[in-house]
Design a protein around this ligand. Structure first.
Ligand code: ZN
Ligand code: ZN
Length: 273
């Protein structure tokens, strides 16, 4: 049995494809044989509120200009409708909270004001010289490996500074934009930096996501997670259009199994060491 796809976006996300209706994603999940799917729409903010650390930052239009606030009410109504329409599929509600250490007050209001089944934590943007900039913009500002180190340093701040999320999504997000080509990115030279992130996450007892949109994690990296005390992994396609729901899960299962993780007794649970 395939694991749950714990990371799917639909039209409710600001960057979801127009064809990515929740119903079409459910149809795809059923077609590929997933037992369950979690709709984890982006929770990002265009402005800092009282109590948000980001309040003093200036805005970078390239990043902030794209974001739209999440319509939680409409999203939850769609979830309820799909649960009626697809009774054989377990449909989990969720959110992908971006930079929740910088938007602690704003993000907390949404997360604690609702009862989401899954809360993912992400770092898509990083503070740089008083601005919040898209993480991939770091590559233009410093050597490539330094950009990854800069990202990992901020990621530890997110892990240690926010307990709002349960699963850390795409821990090495900027590798997707590795200037020489995403397929050429190597984890090994950054082993110490990876381990520092994984150690911080394991200390808080949370879950590492194996993201199948990003070039796939190596067996070595998932082993580092175990060695640093990690006990659970979550599978996430990070699909933004229906055809990608559950994408590359067989490959990801191979990696995760070789690193020593197995399905839990409950098929809807995370995989465990
Ligand atoms: Zn993301
Ligand atoms: Zn995502």
């Amino acid at each position: 049995m395939l694991p749950v796809d714990n990371h799917v976006h639909t039209v409710w996300s600001y960057d979801g494809s127009g064809t990515a209706t929740m119903a079409r994603c459910c149809e795809q999940a059923v077609a590929v044989g997933l037992p369950a799917v979690a709709f984890t729409e982006h929770l990002e903010f265009t402005d800092g509120d009282d109590g948000d650390q980001v309040a003093g930052f200036t805005t970078d239009a390239r990043w902030w200009g794209r974001i739209k606030p999440l319509d939680v009410t409409g999203y939850l109504a769609d979830i309820a409708e799909c649960r009626e329409r697809f009774p054989s599929l377990r449909i989990l509600s969720g959110i992908e909270a971006g930079e929740s250490h910088l938007f602690a007050a704003s993000a907390s209001r949404v997360v604690h004001g609702n009862d989401f089944d899954r809360v993912l934590g992400s770092l898509h943007a990083v503070p740089y010289e008083g601005k919040l900039i898209a993480a991939d913009a770091l590559f233009g500002l410093m050597p490539d490996d330094e950009a990854m180190r800069y990202y990992f340093t901020e990621l530890i701040r997110l892990i240690e500074g926010s307990d709002l999320f349960q699963v850390l999504a795409h821990l090495d997000f900027p590798r997707r934009y590795w200037p020489k080509g995403a397929h050429l990115f190597a984890e090994a030279p950054l082993e110490e930096e990876y381990r520092a992130v994984l150690r911080a996450l394991a200390k808080t007892g949370r879950v590492l996501e194996i993201n199948t949109k990003t070039p796939l994690a190596s067996v070595d990296m998932v082993r580092w997670w175990r060695e640093e005390g990690g006990t659970a992994v979550s599978f996430g396609s990070d699909a933004h259009w229906p055809q990608r729901v559950g994408d590359r899960f067989k490959l990801a299962i191979d990696v995760v199994e070789q690193a020593g993780f197995r399905p839990g007794k409950d098929p809807f649970d995370f995989w465990r060491a």
